[in-house]
Design a binder for this molecule. Structure first.
Ligand code: AMP
Ligand code: MG
Length: 403
């Protein structure tokens, strides 16, 4: 089977994605999710006129002549704090003590801030500044009027958006849920960190990278453990994953060796293989398939291959699944500090280190680019795509896909 171009592969995968249907979630569970329906304000925000200051609620006309040299004395007929309602209206030539956030008493049309007053014995206050009608008042509905779309469907519910929804009284919102994504690492040699290693064994590192990036992409990883390189174990674990998850990521066992059984097992379980092998380095043996609406990404086992194929091929589709429209890795343009050299015959996604120096972004390739080398993965913060048999020379401006 001929290998597919990486950009075509990505398009083909994106094309296979059906957005997860919306459902109601509590506001805290909805954090970070994409809204599946418009949020319409059920009422005004603020819900009533209220004071923006600690001070005195007055009738502006009463204090129009007040100044430092000409203090005006008003009788204080009451006090209203945040959480209370005024007991009596403000009559002419009277005022009421008021605190930030308290509802404006009827009759008052402005607030004189406390700093512009001098308290006075026997229930009076000296006003030292005139105020305009409306001054220091937060008007009903000035932030949000009732009945308008405040957050359109498709908005990501970040902290600011969640605060607005909460202020409008929403305890639940309709959102696209976080995809549950199974992570199944495969290989008879793999051992969970924390256990002793026998000869020939290595620790599973991929689970940790993939689960971390899944969480960062707003997905919920479902860790399925380590599968042995046998059809029986793979079939049992993949079958379970497909009964539980919206998407599945397998790692390892998709190459051409006798122990690379993932593709055969997927086929036996009724998965449709869309393509196998992508013309990229690292990550060539990547396989993509579907079962119904479920997405299946078979990543190669070398840790850097798994990382790069996850970031370049799987991540965009998983973001789309949860309703995100901007699915690209955040890109930064940077000046190349050291040549990026690709002598190979496939486009190479090279690990780079991006740093801001003297106000400019600069990027250099990391020394160890082998697809099993984790130190450079740990140091890297971006990928730079270098076309086959080419060099991106020092001084060039290049697009860095950050992670
Ligand atoms: P495979 O794609 O199964 O042929 O694996 C390719 C290489 O990646 C082999 O050297 C494996 O031992 C290694 N490998 C596979 N899975 C993992 C994993 N989860 N963690 C670390 N290394 C792995
Ligand atoms: Mg293997």
């Amino acid at each position: 089977m001929a290998s597919c171009n990486v950009h075509e592969a990505r398009q083909q995968i994106l094309h296979a994605v059906h957005l997860l249907p919306g459902r109601r979630e509590s506001l805290s569970a909805a954090a970070g999710c994409v809204l599946a329906a418009d949020v319409v304000s059920p009422g005004n925000l603020p819900p009533w006129d209220n004071s923006a200051m600690d001070g005195y609620a007055v009738r502006a006309a009463d204090v129009s002549s007040a100044s430092q040299n000409n203090p005006l004395h008003l009788r204080v007929t009451g006090a209203v704090a945040a959480g209370q309602a005024a007991a009596v209206p403000v009559e002419p030539l009277t005022c009421q003590r008021i605190f930030t956030g308290a509802p404006l008493p009827p009759g008052a049309d402005a607030v004189v801030m406390q700093e512009d007053t001098r308290s006075h014995p026997e229930g009076f206050v000296a006003i030292l500044e005139a105020v305009e009608v409306g001054e220091n008042i937060r008007r009903v509905g000035e932030d949000v009027p009732a009945g308008v779309v405040v957050l359109p469907a498709g908005t990501v519910l970040g902290p600011g958006q969640a605060a607005l929804a909460a202020a409008l009284g929403f305890a639940e919102l309709e959102v696209h849920p976080r995809p549950r994504v199974g992570v199944l690492v495969t290989g008879a040699e793999l051992v969970e960190p924390g256990r002793p290693l026998q000869v020939g064994q290595i620790y599973d590192s991929n689970s940790f990278a993939i689960a971390g990036w899944l969480r960062a992409a707003g997905c919920e990883p479902v860790e399925l453990g380590i599968a042995d390189d046998t059809k029986e174990d793979l079939a049992e674990k993949i079958d379970y994953a497909l009964s539980e998850c919206d998407a599945l990521i397998t790692v390892g066992g998709v190459s051409v060796g006798e122990y690379d059984l993932v593709k055969a097992v997927l086929e036996e379980l009724g998965c449709h293989q869309s393509f196998w092998k992508v013309n990229m380095k690292p990550g060539k043996p990547f396989v993509f398939g579907t079962r119904g609406r479920q997405l299946i990404f078979g990543l190669p086992g070398n840790p850097v291959s798994a990382a790069v194929t996850f970031l370049i091929l799987a991540r965009p589709a998983l973001l789309k699944l949860r309703g995100v429209t901007d699915v690209e890795l955040p890109a930064v343009s940077a000046v190349v500090e050291e040549d990026f050299v690709n002598r190979g015959e496939r486009p190479h996604f090279m690990r780079g280190r991006l740093e801001r120096r003297d106000g400019h972004w600069q990027v250099r390739p990391l020394a160890q680019q082998g697809s099993h080398m984790l130190t450079s993965l740990a140091k890297a913060n971006c990928l730079v795509e270098v076309a086959e048999a080419s060099t991106i020379t020092r001084g060039t401006i290049v697009k860095c896909q950050t992670f």
